[in-house]
Design a binder for this molecule. Structure first.
Ligand code: AP5
Length: 191
């Protein structure tokens, strides 16, 4: 069975960029690596319910989000590759509060081998969010981002204990996504 690496981070921290670099490094070394963006799998299903934008999914009733989440996890679990990166979230900010992106039913489907938490300085995260013009982000300041970083650590600690998979934290420094990716590739080598 391939290795499933679940990558989380607050919106705009650059996890998609870092994962892309890690895939490039692995493929360059002759290894088979794929990326599953959890939100994209959910959006494919959500679009059948008339949801047109990925940032509208977190405002659906929790029951509807849970159904989409469950379908996405089942589809992602079937992806065959030596290394599958799952680009997702430790929690989602919903009108009803912070809701887990990796509850037990999702973890049972995904059976992760490694969790990666991508972090960056709060001001860099805010600046990356402001550059993503196509997104409908919640208005938030640097203190709010710090709280999100801290809650990400808390939610991932729970997932790590539930599954027994280790957690690696990487810093995605400005202009240096490749360094974070390199650290992830090293960690995969030790699984
Ligand atoms: P998702 O699609 O994951 O959206 P997101 O978190 O907003 O992710 P982004 O892709 O926008 O940010 P990113 O951190 O990957 O940053 P990026 O690399 O693009 O989730 C969408 C929705 O799906 C969620 O809201 C939720 O509703 C749902 N969902 C997902 N998982 C779920 C789950 N498990 N359960 C339930 N619902 C779930 O980079 C951002 C910018 O920064 C870019 O411009 C990039 O070029 C730049 N950048 C990145 N790194 C660097 C660097 N080192 N230096 C300079 N610039 C950089």
């Amino acid at each position: 069975m391939g290795k499933r690496v679940v990558v989380v981070g607050v919106p705009g921290v650059g996890k998609t960029t870092v994962v892309g670099e890690a895939v490039r490094l692995l493929r360059g070394a002759g290894r088979e690596a794929e990326v599953a963006v959890f939100g994209t799998f959910m959006l494919e299903e959500a679009s059948k319910m008339g949801v047109g934008h990925r940032d509208d999914m977190r405002r659906l009733p929790i029951e509807a989000q849970r159904e989409l989440q469950s379908r996405a996890a089942k589809m992602i679990a079937r992806i065959p590759a030596e290394v599958v990166f799952v680009d997702t979230h430790a929690f989602i900010r919903t009108p009803s509060g912070l809701w887990p992106g990796l509850p037990r039913h999702v973890l049972e489907e995904l059976q992760p081998h490694l969790f990666v938490v991508v972090e960056a300085a709060p001001d860099e995260i805010l600046s990356r969010r402001s550059r993503d013009a196509g997104r409908r982000r919640d208005p938030i300041d640097a203190r709010g981002v710090e709280e999100e970083l801290s809650m990400t650590r808390a939610f991932i600690a729970a997932a790590s204990v539930l599954t027994g998979a280790p957690t690696l934290t990487v810093m995605n420094r400005e202009g240096r996504a490749g360094e974070a990716a390199q650290r992830i590739v090293e960690a995969i080598g030790g699984l």
